[in-house]
Design a protein around this ligand. Sequence first.
Ligand code: DX5
Ligand code: ZN
Length: 217
Amino acid sequence: MLKIAPSVLSADFACLGKEIEDIKRAGADFVHFDVMDGMFVPNISVGIPVLKSLRRATDMFLDVHLMIARPRRYAKQFCAAGADLVNFHVEADEEEGILEALNIVKSLGKMAGVTIKPKTPAQALRPFLPYVDLALVMTVEPGFGGQRFLHEQLPKIEAVRKMIEAEKPGCMLEVDGGIDGETAALVKAAGADVLVAGSAVFGKPDRAAAIEALRRA
Ligand code: DX5
Ligand code: ZN
């Protein structure tokens, strides 16, 4: 079954605890926590102290998407702050730096993931696949919620699905950006099994209906 991971970027940060309770009640599987540093992407969001507070407030699975330069520097801190899974962009460092980051996360007993931006080919995931629990394909340029889904990413999702089946069965395939009732069906058909959705969940008054609509896609 499809897993739904609402992105906190579209939540009301003034009452984040309540927002998370609400999506838990509504049937969300993961909380997708977007971290931006104003360097790797042209926006700044939230970081370690907010994750720590969230960890105290919920037992939900915290899926941390690091959109920061040279993320290895902070891998340990995000694990200590309560991440269940830490996700690194392959574009954010040299291969060796990303491998080290994955190793830190795994050695701390957490799940690890790698992410590719829209212009990065599927092949860029290959060196990391043996070490990860999840691969994330971005379907918008990272940095902002509420953007339009990039349809040209669909063949890449299919290619990553094939790669996973051949080389790392059981690895989750997550898609992030512009997911709504319509695009959810397209990425599911292409092989995605975890859907991140910001505006399509937090932007709706009835979150349970919004999550159900995505899951039924
Ligand atoms: C974008 C973030 C996404 C974003 C998704 O850089 O990684 O997780 O919040 O928002 P929607 O679903 O509104 O495109
Ligand atoms: Zn994200």
